[in-house]
Design a protein around this ligand. Structure first.
Ligand code: NAD
Length: 377
C-alpha cells in the first residue's frame, strides 16, 4: 500500500513510520508541519529508505494537501497529526480546534475527492483516524472503556478529538468514505516530547528541580508502549473491518505517583541528585489541573478477538526497550531501571555520562518553552 501518515514526525507517528518501513512493504509519505512536537531526528533511521518520503505540509492547507494526494496517489491515510497536550489545550484551545477539527475536515474532504478519482481502486481505500481514550471521559475505581462507551470529553483537547471522531464517522455515513477509527490509552516510549509525564519527570529530576505531580498523584492511566500501538494501527489498517472502531490499551494501569517514584529510584542508582539526598525528595505535589480525569482504562477485547492483537510489552519490558545509539532511548533505559528494580530486580546498564548526554539533548528540545509551566498530559 501507499500510505500517507499525517503527524509522522511526532512521538507515535514516528514509531509508526519506523514500524511500517522496518516491518512491512508499504510505501510511506509523512505529512507534517513540524510544530514544536515534531522532530525529524525521530525519523533518522528511515530517512534514506527508498520507501520513505516526507512533505512539510500543514494539514489545514487544503491546496497543499490536495497536491500531495495527487502526486503521491495514496491507497490509505493514517491520520495522527494533532495538537496533543492537554495542558496546552487549557491554556490555548485555538490551535487544537484548528488542527484537530479543521485539519481533520480538510483531510476528509481531500481523501474523499481523491477516492472519487480512483475508479475501482476506491473500494480498497482506507482512512484510519487515530484517536484517544480521553474522548470517553473519566472512570471511577472500576470498569473499562469499550467501543460502546458514551462520549464525554472533559478537556479542550479531548473535545476536539471527539469532534474529529464524529466528523470521520459522518464522512463515512454520509459520503461513503471508507474509514477505520482507533481510540488508544496513554503511550510511552522513546522520542516523546518532554512535556508528558515520564520524560518531564526525568528532565526535572536530572536537573535537581522540583518534580511536579498533580494533586496527590493518584490519577490512574493505562500505559501502552508506543511500538505496540504502531503494530495495532498497522493491523487495523490492513485487516480491520471498514466503518469499525477499535479500542487499543496496554493492560497496564499505574498511578502517576508510582511511575514517578520509580523514576526517582533509578535516578538515585545512576547519578547523584544535584540538590537532595534522593530524587524522591524532589517530588512536589502541585494543585490539580482543572477537570483532571481520575482514571482511564481500556477494554481492547474487540481488537483481540477480531484481529488477534495484544500488547507484547509489559510496562516494565516496554521501558527496557533501549538502543545505546540514541540518547533519548537511554533516558527510557534509565526509567526502565527503576521500574524493573521494583518489578523484577533487573538493572539496565547505563552510564552516568550517557545519561547526562541524554539530559542535555532533552533539555535542548524543551528549552524554548517554559519548563516551569510544562506539566504532563
Ligand atoms: P505529538 O504531539 O507527539 O505529535 C503530533 C505531530 O503532529 C507532530 O509531529 C506535529 O508536528 C504534527 N502536527 C501538528 N499540527 C499539525 C498540522 N496542522 N499539520 C501537520 N502536522 C501537524 O502527538 P502524539 O503523542 O504522537 O499523538 C499522535 C496522535 O495520537 C494524536 O492524534 C493523538 O491525539 C493520538 N493519541 C496520542 C496518545 C498519547 O499517549 N500520546 C494516546 C492516544 C492517542
Amino acid at each position: 500500500m501507499r500510505i500517507v501518515v499525517t503527524g509522522g514526525a511526532g512521538f507515535i507517528g514516528s514509531a509508526l513510520v519506523r514500524h511500517l518501513i522496518g516491518h512491512t512493504d508499504h510505501e510511506v509519505l509523512v505529512i507534517d508541519k513540524l510544530t514544536y512536537a515534531g522532530n525529524l531526528a525521530s525519523l533518522a533511521s528511515v530517512q534514506s529508505h527508498p520507501r520513505y518520503h516526507f512533505s512539510l505540509t500543514d494539514i489545514c492547507d487544503r491546496s497543499a494537501v490536495v497536491d500531495v494526494f495527487s502526486s503521491f496517489d495514496p491507497d490509505a491515510v493514517m491520520h495522527l497529526a494533532a495538537e496533543s497536550h492537554v495542558d496546552r489545550s487549557i491554556d490555548g484551545p485555538a490551535d487544537f480546534i484548528t488542527t484537530n477539527v479543521v485539519g481533520t475536515y480538510v483531510l476528509l474532504e481531500s481523501a474523499l475527492a481523491h477516492t472519487r478519482k480512483l475508479g475501482r481502486r476506491a473500494q480498497d481505500f482506507r482512512f484510519l483516524h487515530v484517536s484517544t481514550d480521553e474522548v470517553y471521559g473519566a472512570l471511577k475505581d472500576d470498569g473499562c472503556f469499550t467501543e460502546e462507551t458514551r462520549y464525554d470529553p472533559r478537556s479542550p483537547y479531548s473535545a476536539t478529538k471527539a469532534a474529529s471522531d464524529h466528523l470521520v464517522r459522518a464522512w463515512s455515513h454520509t459520503y461513503g468514505l471508507p474509514i477505520l477509527l482507533t481510540n488508544c490509552s496513554n503511550n510511552y516510549g522513546p522520542n516523546q516530547f518532554p512535556e508528558k509525564l515520564i520524560p518531564l519527570m526525568i528532565i526535572k529530576g536530572l536537573a535537581g528541580e522540583p518534580m511536579p505531580v498533580y494533586g496527590r498523584g493518584l490519577n490512574v492511566r493505562d500505559w501502552l508502549f508506543v511500538d505496540d500501538h504502531a503494530q495495532a494501527l498497522t493491523l487495523v489498517l490492513e485487516r480491520g473491518r471498514l466503518g469499525e472502531t477499535y479500542n487499543i490499551g496496554g493492560r497496564a494501569e499505574r498511578r502517576n505517583i508510582d511511575v514517578v517514584s520509580a523514576i526517582c529510584d533509578v535516578m538515585d542508582q545512576l547519578t547523584q541528585c544535584p540538590t537532595h539526598t534522593s530524587h524522591r525528595e524532589l517530588i512536589t505535589f502541585v494543585p490539580d489541573r482543572p477537570g483532571h480525569d481520575f482514571r482511564y482504562a481500556i477494554d481492547f477485547a474487540k481488537l483481540h478477538e477480531e484481529l488477534g492483537w495484544s500488547p507484547t510489552h509489559s510496562f516494565e519490558a516496554g521501558l527496557n526497550a533501549t538502543n545505546a545509539d540514541d540518547p533519548r532511548l537511554i533516558i527510557g533505559s534509565a526509567v526502565s531501571t527503576g521500574i524493573s528494580s521494583i518489578g523484577f530486580g533487573a538493572l539496565a546498564i547505563v552510564t552516568t555520562p550517557l545519561l547526562l548526554t541524554a539530559y542535555a539533548d532533552m533539555r535542548a528540545r524543551v528549552e524554548p518553552f517554559s519548563t516551569a509551566t510544562l506539566l504532563h498530559g
